[in-house]
Each structure stands twice: as structure tokens, then as C-alpha cells.
Design a protein around this ligand. Structure first.
Ligand code: DI6
Ligand code: FE
Length: 411
């Protein structure tokens, strides 16, 4: 019998299932004493231990000693594959230059594009693995990885090949996103429209045909692409079967949330400058709002995303690291939750749903991951904490006891 086929019962856990139905105490989340049966990598049943033992008499028993068990965490927005770092730009920003002025002078995203184009596939994987391992050590079992630092087909594909290689080398699920409209490549410096035409006619069709991308993303911003240009790229991506996501309204209100909603985006991400109309459109479209407090923090932004409006409209809210070398050199999903709580005002239950159920929805994998429910992958995090709020409260603690990915315990 292969290891994957073995039946296992994870017993004596205090379980936060992340299922939406449970009534939680004020400011907290509801935890139940239940067991989880895993078979063939998936959750076979969740229930009282005695029942599961009768149902699966041969199962191996893992006693987790009364620890908190949550779904494995999902970091649904990262640029974790890239070459070099931009600490020197950070030093310039500390000395008074702005992110935008550095970008206009050829730094910023383009600096990472130059380094990434020069890097080989093994170099990209090797550079990313320590960052990936930091997330695994905090209970992450599903990771989204974007391209976007190549901007030519060859480098963009190499980035996504590196992402897929990471998914083979580590016990986690990798979802890939082709960020083909991150910034205008140097070859098209004064011709963004020309690049978008190439994107639509050549690059998106080729990337879709390669099977390397699970979704398409764009950066709608004054220093990146206009709403009209993104709309053209989105239409092409959807024609080629790629669901879309958007970096929207981060530094200014370009009506990115509205644009994302019009294209039935899986998610609209950042949203600091999104207005009521944008929030309403996201709600109507069923798109997830992905909040990225790391970028807000590192850029010393002052404009917060419209949390009250998102709550009122019932938009699902996710939280992610945005791990990237420029605006969010952050490899801690726990710190992202803490920042979302302290800087944006999310409650504990919202932070936890933001890295589980809603993050799964932002990637379109809600049928497979994000809650502890029969039929989904048995991806779990077991924690050495007395209560769930500790996961959001402590900054710098690493209370992970153990992860399970597809039913297998491990690092
Ligand atoms: N995500 C991005 O892609 C841009 N900002 C963000 O939050 C820029 C990333 C970079 O500067 O490399
Ligand atoms: Fe980003």
C-alpha cells in the first residue's frame, strides 16, 4: 500500500474547520474537539473519534495532544520566484526617494526583470526555496506564485517552470499565475499599447498552450497599465481559458476593482484606493478582495482598503504576503495576518478565513482546499497555541507543531 493510500486518523485535536456555518464567540473563532480521517490524501470524514474508529478500524492513529488544528494556510498572492533583492533601493527610499521615482528611473520592477532574465532555472528555484521554506514553517500548504519579472515569453515561462519545480521539490500545492502585464518591458519602452497587442496575440496564447499558467494577472496603475489596456489583455486571457486576477487600486483609484469585477476576476488585490462602486461590483461578481498589508507597510501607505464597505457588501476577504523584492519582502503569513489586524482592523476570524477559505476562493481551489471538510485534500496545520487568537497576536513567533499535506505528516 502506498503511503498516500494509508488511512490515518488525526485524533485529539481542537479543530477550527474554517467552515462558514459555525457561530463564533465575540472576536474569536469556534473550535471543536473532533477527529479527522484521511484516506488517499483526502479528508474522508470529520467527527467524534469513536465514530471514525468504527468506520476506519485499520487506520493509523496520530494523537495531536489537544493541539489546535486548522486548515493548512494558503498564501494566495506571491512573487516568490525572482532573482536578486532590492535592499539598495530600500536604502534609497529610507533616504527620501519614492517608490514611483525609483521605478521611473529604471529601477523598481525593471531592476528585478534584468536580474531575473539573467538567471537560470536552477538559480531561480534555489533562490526561492528559502523563502518557500519560511512559509512552510508557518503552516502554508498551498502557495500561489506569479511570473512577471521576465516580460518576454522565455523568461516568464522559466519563472513558472521554477514555480512548478518548487511544487515537486516541496510538500505543497503550487498554483501559478502569468503576470504578463506587470510593467511595460524595456523593448516596448514607449509603446505600452504595442506590448499589450503582442501580449494578446502572441504571449497569452503561447502561455496558455504551454499549460504553465493556472491564471492571468495584471497591474493596473499609473506607472503600469491603464484600465483599457488591462481590459484587452483580460479579454485575450479569458478567450484562452485563463481566469483573471488584478493588482487593483494600490497607489491610486484607477477603478481597478470595477474592471476586475467586469471580467469576473477570481480576485482583486490591494484595493487601498477602491471606492464604494468598486466594492459593490466585486460583491456582485463574487470576486475575492485580497488584502496585502505587507506592501502597505513597506511603502508607508496611509490610505487603508475600504474594510467597512467590503464587510457591508459581504465581499470575501483574503490576506496574503505579496512576497516580492520591491514592495513586500515578507515571507511570513503569520506576520501578514498580524499586519492585517493591526493596520487594517481585521478581526481574528477574518484573518484566519483570509488565509484559508477565502484564499482558496481567490485561487479557484475552494473545492479542494481551504476548509477541513470531507472530500477536500487533507492539508492541515497543527499549532502549539492555546487559542486561535495567538496566531494573529504574536509577531515573530513560529508556533507550528506539524503540517499535513495531502494526508502526509511532515515539515
Ligand atoms: N505587487 C507588485 O507586483 C508590485 N507591487 C505589488 O504589491 C510591484 C512589485 C515590485 O516592486 O517588484
Ligand atoms: Fe503583487
Amino acid at each position: 500500500m502506498s503511503a498516500l493510500a494509508a488511512t490515518r486518523i488525526i485524533a485529539n485535536g481542537r479543530i477550527w474547520t474554517a467552515a462558514p456555518a459555525l457561530v463564533a464567540p465575540a472576536g474569536g473563532v469556534a473550535v471543536e474537539s473532533l477527529a479527522i480521517a484521511a484516506r488517499d490524501g483526502r479528508i474522508a470524514a470529520v467527527g467524534p473519534l469513536a465514530e471514525l474508529r468504527t468506520q476506519f478500524p485499520q487506520a493509523e492513529l496520530d494523537d495531536v495532544g489537544g493541539r489546535l488544528v486548522t486548515p493548512g494556510f494558503i498564501d494566495c498572492h506571491t512573487h516568490i520566484v525572482h532573482a536578486a533583492n532590492r535592499a539598495a533601493e530600500f536604502a534609497r527610499r529610507l533616504a527620501g526617494e519614492s517608490y514611483q521615482s525609483i521605478a521611473r528611473a529604471g529601477g523598481g520592477i525593471l531592476a528585478t526583470v534584468r536580474a531575473t532574465r539573467a538567471a537560470t532555472l536552477p538559480q531561480l528555484v534555489e533562490a526561492a526555496l528559502p523563502r518557500v521554506d519560511a512559509l512552510l514553517a508557518e503552516g502554508v500548504t498551498t502557495l500561489e506564485i506569479k511570473s512577471g519579472y521576465g516580460l518576454d515569453l522565455e523568461t516568464e515561462q522559466r519563472m513558472l517552470q521554477a514555480a512548478r519545480a518548487i511544487g515537486r521539490q516541496r510538500p505543497l500545492t503550487v498554483m501559478t499565475t502569468y503576470l504578463g502585464a506587470h510593467t511595460v518591458p524595456p523593448e516596448h519602452a514607449s509603446d505600452a499599447d504595442g506590448y499589450v497587442t503582442r501580449l494578446c496575440n502572441e504571449l497569452i496564447p503561447a502561455m496558455a498552450a504551454s499549460g504553465l499558467a493556472d491564471a492571468f494577472d495584471a497591474y493596473c496603475e499609473t506607472l503600469a497599465f491603464s484600465a483599457g489596456q488591462v481590459a484587452r489583455a483580460f479579454a485575450a486571457a479569458r478567450t484562452h481559458g485563463l481566469p483573471v486576477k488584478l493588482h487593483a487600486d494600490q497607489l491610486s483609484n484607477t477603478h481597478g476593482a470595477l474592471l476586475a469585477a467586469q471580467h469576473h476576476a477570481l480576485s482583486a488585490d490591494h484595493l487601498e484606493y477602491t471606492d464604494e462602486a468598486g466594492v459593490g461590483a466585486l460583491a456582485a461578481a463574487g470576486s475575492v478582495a485580497v488584502l496585502l498589508p505587507g506592501a502597505y507597510y513597506f511603502l508607508r501607505e496611509r490610505q487603508r482598503p475600504p474594510l467597512a464597505a467590503l464587510r457591508r457588501a459581504g465581499v470575501p476577504i483574503a490576506v496574503a504576503t505579496d512576497c516580492n523584492p520591491g514592495t513586500s519582502p515578507l515571507t511570513s503569513i503569520l506576520a501578514a495576518m498580524n499586519l492585517a489586524a493591526v493596520e487594517f482592523g481585521l478581526e481574528v476570524g477574518e484573518c484566519l478565513a483570509g488565509v484559508t477559505r477565502h484564499a482558496a476562493q481567490a485561487l479557484g481551489v475552494q473545492a479542494e482546499a481551504g476548509t477541513i471538510s470531507a472530500g477536500k485534500w487533507c492539508d492541515l496545520a497543527v499549532w502549539d497555541v492555546a487559542e486561535p487568537a495567538e496566531l494573529v497576536h504574536n509577531l515573530g513567533a513560529r508556533p507550528l507543531h506539524r503540517r499535513y499535506w495531502h494526508g502526509q505528516p511532515g515539515p
